[in-house]
Design a protein around this ligand. Structure first.
Ligand SMILES: [Mg+2]
Length: 231
């Protein structure tokens, strides 16, 4: 029986408005792209970096950010404008992380089912502020942040720290995240079952072998209800 679910944070419990920003930046350099084109390119660039540049996204260095913008433009078939696009984006304010529409209800529903909810995140020291501002913090029984504990996913130590803090057994836990290489590979090192979130089926993660792929974290509520019924 699942007693504890741990979540990833970015693009699992919270999202930013990058696709909107991409659309605006393209408008500013005189080109039109739709929001769905921008969302798709953002998704594919994220998946490319998760696979080919593991660990780079959490560094947020200037050169990684530039490379990411170039990658987005490649997926949009607009590589020739990537420098102008990147300059427009760098002039904008830092992106804000907000809850998905379903996040708080999902956490409440799981808690009402008797399932505790925690966080294991590769994030800097701003993590708890993001959680607090979004009313998430009070809904979690355990928060493990990479920069606070000095180890990051997919290292098994960060998962072991969450298990130590909650006293939970991995067989009674479940993990939900959007990065196969950090979230799935990492959780498997401590034998914790895991679901991976991915946009549009397996778009961008065709190479991975993960038994449970869902479109958004809220689907975990139904997964848990089915799981309870089959016990
Ligand atoms: Mg994530």
């Amino acid at each position: 029986m699942v007693k504890q679910i741990f979540f990833d944070l970015g693009l699992t419990l919270v999202h930013n408005d990058m696709p909107h920003r991409y659309q605006t930046a393209f408008q500013q350099i005189g080109q039109d792209i739709s929001l769905s084109q921008a969302s798709r390119a953002y998704h594919l660039a994220n998946k490319y970096f998760m696979r080919e540049r593991q660990g780079a996204l959490s560094q947020k260095s200037e050169s990684v950010v530039s490379d990411f913008h170039r990658c987005v433009c490649q997926y949009l078939g607009a590589e020739s404008v990537w420098k102008d696009f990147s300059n427009q984006l760098k002039q904008m304010e830092r992106p804000v992380w907000r809850c998905f529409d379903f996040t708080l209800n999902m956490l409440d529903e799981l808690n009402n089912m008797g399932i505790k909810t925690g966080l294991i995140s590769n994030w800097d020291l701003s993590c708890r502020k993001v959680l607090e501002k979004n009313d998430i913090l009070s809904r979690l029984n355990c928060v493990v942040v990479s920069e606070e504990v000095g180890t990051e996913k997919p290292d098994e130590k960060i998962f072991q720290e969450a298990l130590r803090l909650t006293g939970a057994d991995p067989s009674e836990c479940f993990y939900v995240g959007d990065n196969y290489y950090d979230d799935y590979i990492g959780s498997q090192k401590v034998s914790m079952p895991c679901a991976i979130i991915n946009y549009q089926g397996k778009l961008g993660i065709e190479e991975v072998d993960c038994p449970i792929v869902i479109e958004q974290a809220s689907e975990v509520v139904d997964l848990m209800k089915k799981h309870l019924m089959t016990e």
